[in-house]
Design a protein around this ligand. Structure first.
Ligand code: PMT
Length: 221
């Protein structure tokens, strides 16, 4: 039945933020709640898929039937993602991965100084979705998200091409009503030969629509 069309399909989904330590009590992160990625995991499991959810630090219950791997940093998420990716048919990167981490994490709590400013040196984190899409053996059908506040679809197209993805969900995050931490979202799906806008709706419903579309493209591949 249509309900079980992802039977025997293995899917890995990343969700939530990553958290990059500054010192033992401070970190750099972002407003991702994990809701969108968890909704995708729930929708995929309801369609019969075997789902592994790699999650950053979030306050959400694991959807029924989903295997969850908790991570904190981008480097940990990369390791977990690469361990899963080659065993999976589809990989969806919904996590808001920190692009940079602190170059030298202080081993003790940093003390406030007399100076009015301090500098924190950041270094680039690995690009998880690009690493998965670059696999040459057992490469899964690879779907990314693009969180943008301007030129949303154009920047998403750039990411689709640069990261060699099969599909990208362009996510306008310029408002507070949709996207980060909201219960609602809207995306434009972009692939090499087309695009389709999915209107604002609860993340649970949007996740079903996104999964239907991913299934259609994956099985046409
Ligand atoms: O978690 P919620 O509160 O529900 O919010 C959902 C969301 C807005 C976080 C989600 O819908 C979303 O847009 N996720 C992607 C956020 C993001 O970091 O986008 P980006 O444009 O910076 O990254 C592009 C793609 O590369 C994403 O698939 C991202 O997972 C991936 N990436 C980015 C950086 C990096 N170092 N490694 C990556 O894999």
């Amino acid at each position: 039945s249509a309900e079980q069309q992802l039977n025997n399909i293995k899917i890995t989904i990343t969700a939530g933020p990553t958290r990059e330590a500054i010192d033992p009590v401070r970190y750099i992160s972002n407003h991702s709640s994990g809701k969108m990625g968890f909704a995708l995991a729930q929708a995929a499991a309801a369609m019969g898929a075997q789902v592994t959810l790699i999650s950053g630090p979030v306050q959400l219950a694991t959807p029924a039937g989903v295997t969850r791997i908790d991570v904190t940093t981008a480097e940990q998420m990369l390791e977990a993602a690469l361990a899963q990716a080659t065993q999976n048919d589809i990989f969806i990167g919904c996590a808001a991965v920190a692009d940079y981490r602190v170059a030298q994490v202080a081993s003790e709590k940093m003390k406030k100084t007399a100076s009015d400013s301090i500098e924190l040196k950041l270094v680039k984190n690995p690009d998880i979705i690009a690493a998965v899409a670059a696999l040459t053996v057992q490469r899964p059908f690879t779907v990314g998200f693009a969180a943008e506040t301007q030129n949303v679809v154009q920047y998403a197209k750039d990411k689709l091409t640069r990261k060699k993805l099969d599909l990208i969900c362009a996510n306008d995050v310029s408002g507070t009503e949709l996207g980060f931490n909201s219960d609602h979202n809207a995306v434009t799906l972009v692939w090499q030969h087309g695009e389709q806008a999915l209107p604002a709706q609860p993340k649970a419903d949007l996740a079903k629509a996104i999964m239907q579309h991913i299934y259609a493209q994956f099985s046409a591949n």
